[in-house]
Design a protein around this ligand. Structure first.
Ligand code: SAH
Length: 226
């Protein structure tokens, strides 16, 4: 679409590169593969039309059904914490716009992503297929139960804040695999935690405070919790 005179929206490549420099490199994102993926995926494809100009802004943005597309730094931070090398099978819980799944698709061999809101899952699936992210499979369902059919996963990443680590994730995670997931009771602030499975034991490490929408499901919050 032509947008004469509007530098921000007519030069997305420039905005993307400057987002990588100013929001990611300066805040400790050092994994070259993550930086490259973030510099490659066109975030403007995943935001609502009215927010295209803010596609590379340093914040989360609203998407349909009162959900959000995560802040670029949050996506980069979670991807870096997974330590992907390119051969992995990843489960992405909370597809939302599909943006994080698209970034993960550049970092892993196969991405399975699950979203509880059917309309979001359908839109994200079309978007990902139409834009060549062919190693991503989207489904609708309660992602707190994981997606047993494609397990075991080398990595599981959760884009919504839960109350505790859902037991199905531990069962569906490969030995030495990692889970990155926000946890916390406060709806406006969660601790991002990295779990690692070693000899069947789960260790946890705190990565910082972030803001996520709630993870709603059998092993998450109830849909009507405050
Ligand atoms: N990764 C997304 C972020 C979306 S926000 C992106 O890049 O745009 C988190 C999403 O998690 C929301 O769309 C919400 O509907 C979804 N969600 C919440 N609980 C869920 C559950 N139990 N299973 C699957 N998706 C869930």
């Amino acid at each position: 679409m032509k947008n004469p005179g509007n530098v921000e929206s007519s030069e997305p490549n420039y905005d993307r590169q400057s987002m990588v420099e100013s929001q990611l490199k300066t805040r400790g994102i050092r994994d070259e593969r993550v930086l490259k993926a973030m510099a490659t995926v066109p975030r403007e494809l995943f935001v609502q039309e009215g927010h295209r100009k803010q596609a590379y802004a340093d914040c989360a943005l609203p998407i349909e059904h009162e959900q959000t597309i995560s802040q670029p730094f949050t996506v980069a931070c979670m991807c870096q914490a997974l330590g992907l090398t390119g051969n992995e099978t990843v489960l992405d819980v909370g597809t939302g716009s599909g943006y994080a799944a698209a970034v993960l698709s550049c970092l892993a061999a196969k991405v399975f992503t699950i979203e509880r809101i059917p309309e979001l899952a359908a839109t994200a699936s079309d978007r990902l297929q139409q834009n060549g992210f062919s190693n991503v499979v989207v489904t609708t369902g309660d992602g707190t139960r994981g997606w047993p059919e494609h397990a075991p996963y080398d990595a599981i990443v959760v884009a919504a804040g839960g109350c505790d680590l859902p037991p199905p994730y531990v069962e569906q995670l490969r030995e030495s695999g990692r889970i990155v997931m926000p946890l916390g009771r406060d709806n406006s602030r969660q601790n991002m935690v990295r779990f690692q499975k070693n000899n069947g034991t789960i260790t946890r490490e705190h990565l910082g405070t972030f803001v996520f929408v709630p993870l709603i499901g059998d092993f998450g919050w109830a849909a009507n919790s405050p």
